[in-house]
Design a protein around this ligand. Structure first.
Ligand code: SF4
Ligand code: SF4
Length: 176
């Protein structure tokens, strides 16, 4: 196994709903084939419909391998996060890259812990969607002081994670 493969298997953040809410399909991708492989491909109802599937990805295995690796869509084949790019280009050592992705995982886990503390156990949704839904729930009703404190903690944890993701993991191309 290459160092790059080890890095991604220690991470999985671009597949498990932490960095992205969905994977867009495009030219060259085969929605029918993906559906046959058990990936729930859907078409959005937006003005310009987008064929996509949601994350956390149904093809992501517990050991963070991709069950449909040979058939994965273009977005998956082409995405490389900033840490991955830096490590494969030799700008940082792979051990340092591993530390970066483990740190990002810990920060995302902080967010998930606080979401659960606020009653959100919807692990099948992406992190950003879970945060948005919890935020709407908090803003819609009266909450006691303890809940308000936990939500404040959650907001800081989410902001901390997003900052780290922006600085270390996203790239200009996928920010669009
Ligand atoms: S976020 Fe980066 S290091 Fe993590 S799995 Fe994706 S490409 Fe690999
Ligand atoms: S299809 Fe494979 S590479 Fe793409 S998001 Fe799912 S698990 Fe990750």
């Amino acid at each position: 196994m290459t160092s790059a493969e080890k890095l991604c298997l220690a991470c999985g953040l671009c597949c498990d709903g932490t960095l992205f809410g969905h994977v867009k399909l495009g030219p060259g991708d085969n929605p029918k084939r993906l559906k046959a492989l058990g990936v729930p491909v859907a078409v959005s109802r937006a003005k310009v419909p987008v064929t996509h599937f949601r994350q956390p990805c149904a093809a992501l295995c517990a050991d963070r391998t991709c069950r449909i690796y040979a058939d994965r869509p273009r977005q998956c084949r082409t995405f490389e996060c900033g840490v991955f790019k830096d490590a494969t280009a030799g700008r940082i050592a792979f051990n340092a890259a591993l530390r970066e992705v483990k740190k990002a995982r810990r920060k995302a886990d902080d967010v998930r812990r606080l979401l659960r503390a606020l009653g959100d156990t919807e692990e099948h949704r992406s992190l950003s969607e879970r945060f948005r839904r919890t935020q709407q729930r908090m803003e819609a009703g009266r909450v006691d002081a303890t809940t308000a404190d936990t939500f404040a903690e959650l907001s800081v944890a989410m902001h901390t994670f997003e900052l780290l993701a922006y600085e270390k993991l996203h790239t200009r191309a996928d920010a669009a």
